[in-house]
Design a protein around this ligand. Structure first.
Ligand code: TRP
Ligand code: SF4
Length: 400
């Protein structure tokens, strides 16, 4: 099986909160032990929407790295870096822009959606229109195969695949590629040539992996093919010519909708978050003042957990026993809401304690954090340079 390379990024626009932890970071922590992983701070992407508040970015880059490390992202397993420290991303973005139809960018659903949602900002900029293409450059420059993202980012990954395909289509072929491949098929001989055609069609039309494998085996075994023809026939099986850029796949984060303090999804824009480094007293207070089932006005009024945001947190944090205790106690008015909230408070504090301790250690040692990132940037840059060499050459910029 092909080796996977995982890449994901986050925009440094604010504190990380429990929504990020349950929705994204826990997934990263798991992946870093299973596959080669690269995680980066997308500071240029943050500028597309925060170009007029540069201090937001400055304040949040290192804080975000500290949050990652504190949550358990392990620099020994994953490469952690900052986008703007690998300027090759910008070079690839420029080169890809040469082949990117404007209509493709205008049609990405997040373009109009976000412009409408963030209507207080002027997002009719070149940078904002190019957001998905910059993201494509981030991904393609590492030849990443898997991109863990939320549902909202799927169109960007789809867009990236289309860009990679277009690039390979335009630049991955030698002149006369198709004719040369067809001539090579003739050299296989009548029967084998027909079999090749049939297997190639089966693979290309229905993704039949077995057909691909048999065709590859047939070519490997066939004596008397020149090296060039062998390469051509292998490449032609899978579609175009040379694969210079790799089409990535979106790896959807397992649906985990972390409820916020008001029962809506936890999100900075709803002002319903608990941040990873919030102090314990504030956390307790925030949960103690959470709204509950509005029908429970007095302590003696029975309530309904399914109508209560606190119960949603029990679903994240409590075991069956505690949930039974809540259901019976709430419906029978035998427990009070403050009492009901205590196990949630305890669980959040227990979860955050080791994270906050580690965060304090990293925050006290900025040199360590900077060294981790410098290391990561260097590793990332090495990979990025390799891809850029191929891209430049393919685009006629390989002269020296
Ligand atoms: N657009 C992503 C987000 O808002 C952040 C991002 C930038 C990203 N570049 C990326 C994610 C590359 C994955 C891969 O969440
Ligand atoms: Fe919500 Fe618990 Fe109060 Fe019931 S007892 S309304 S579940 S906080």
């Amino acid at each position: 099986m092909a080796v996977e390379r995982v890449l994901s990024g986050m925009r440094p626009t604010g504190n990380l909160h429990l929504g990020h932890y349950h929705g994204v970071l826990k997934n990263w922590l798991k992946l870093q032990h299973e596959q080669e992983c690269l995680f980066f701070v997308a500071d240029w992407h943050a500028l597309t929407t925060h170009y007029d508040t540069p201090h937001v970015i400055e304040e949040n880059v290192w804080e975000m790295v500290i949050d990652w490390l504190a949550a358990g992202v392990d620099p020994a397993s994953a490469t952690i870096f900052i986008q703007s420290r690998v300027p090759e991303h910008a070079e690839l973005h420029t080169l890809l822009s040469m082949i990117t139809p404007l209509g493709w960018l205008e049609r990405v659903p997040t373009y109009k959606d976000q412009q409408e949602k963030l209507s207080s900002k002027d997002l009719s900029t070149y940078g904002f229109l190019g957001y998905p293409l910059l993201q494509s450059a981030d991904i393609l420059i590492y030849r990443a195969t898997q991109v863990p993202v939320g549902e909202d980012q799927v169109p960007h990954i789809e867009f990236t695949r289309e860009i990679a395909r277009r690039f390979n289509h335009i630049y991955g072929r030698e002149p006369g590629y198709e004719e040369k491949a067809e001539a090579a098929i003739k050299k296989l001989g009548g029967k084998r040539g027909m079999l090749y055609d049939e297997l190639r069609t089966r693979y290309q039309e229905s993704g039949d992996e077995e057909a691909l494998l048999s065709a590859q085996a047939m070519i490997e075994e066939h004596q008397g093919l020149s090296l060039g023809d062998r390469e051509r026939l292998l490449g032609y099986l899978e579609g175009g010519g040379k694969m210079i850029l790799v089409e990535p796949e979106a790896k959807l984060t397992p649906a985990s909708r972390m409820p916020g303090l008001d029962g809506q999804k936890m999100s900075k824009s709803y002002n319903n978050t608990i941040s990873l480094r919030e102090d314990p007293d504030t956390i307790s207070k925030k949960i103690r003042t959470m709204p509950t089932d509005p029908a429970r006005v007095r302590r003696t009024d029975p309530g309904e957990p399914t109508k209560c945001p606190v119960y949603q947190l029990h679903e994240v944090y409590s075991d069956d026993n505690t949930r039974d205790w809540v259901q019976q106690g709430c419906r029978g008015a035998s427990i009070g809401c403050i009492e009901c909230k205590q196990p949630v408070i305890d669980a959040v504090l227990v979860e955050l304690k080791p994270i906050q301790e580690r965060a304090a250690e990293y925050a006290a040692d900025p040199t360590l954090v900077k060294n981790i990132v410098a290391d990561g940037c260097e590793k990332a840059r090495k990979m990025a340079r390799e891809t850029m060499r191929d891209v430049r050459e393919a685009m006629g910029l390989g002269y020296n």
